[in-house]
Design a protein around this ligand. Structure first.
Ligand SMILES: [Zn+2]
Ligand SMILES: [Zn+2]
Length: 105
C-alpha cells in the first residue's frame, strides 16, 4: 500500500495525516519523546527554533508505514521525535544534523 516513495509522499501530504500530525505534536507537548525519555529536555530545540516551532520535530510511525499501513493514523503508533532522534532511529545520517552535536552526551 505504501511500498513506494511516491505513495508515502502522497500520504504525508494528505490532509488526514496533516491533521493527525498536529494532533500528535500537541499531545506530546511539542517535545521529542525520545530525548525526554533520556532526560534531555528539548531546551536545545528552542534555541534553533526561532519561531518555527515545528520545524525540528517529526511525527514518527513506531511501526513503519510500509509494514503496518493499517496503523498509519493510529495514535498509539505515532510519536513525536526530533529530527536527530528520527534519523538515528532509521539509521540515517545527515551532515545537516551535525549542528546539533554541540552538547556532550
Ligand atoms: Zn530527540
Ligand atoms: Zn520514522
Amino acid at each position: 500500500m505504501y511500498d513506494t516513495v511516491k505513495e508515502r509522499i502522497r500520504f504525508y501530504k494528505s490532509p488526514p495525516w496533516r491533521r493527525k500530525r498536529e494532533e500528535i505534536l500537541k499531545r506530546d507537548n511539542y517535545e521529542c519523546q525520545e530525548c525526554k525519555k533520556q532526560g534531555k529536555v528539548t531546551v536545545d530545540l528552542n534555541r534553533f527554533n526561532q519561531g518555527t516551532k515545528h520545524k525540528y520535530l517529526d511525527v514518527d510511525h513506531i511501526e513503519e508505514l510500509q509494514d503496518r499501513p493499517n496503523l498509519a493514523l493510529t495514535d498509539s503508533n505515532l510519536i513525536t521525535l526530533c529530527i536527530k532522534c528520527h534519523n538515528l532511529k532509521h539509521g540515517r545520517y545527515q551532515k545537516k544534523v551535525k549542528q546539533w552535536d554541540d552538547e556532550r552526551w
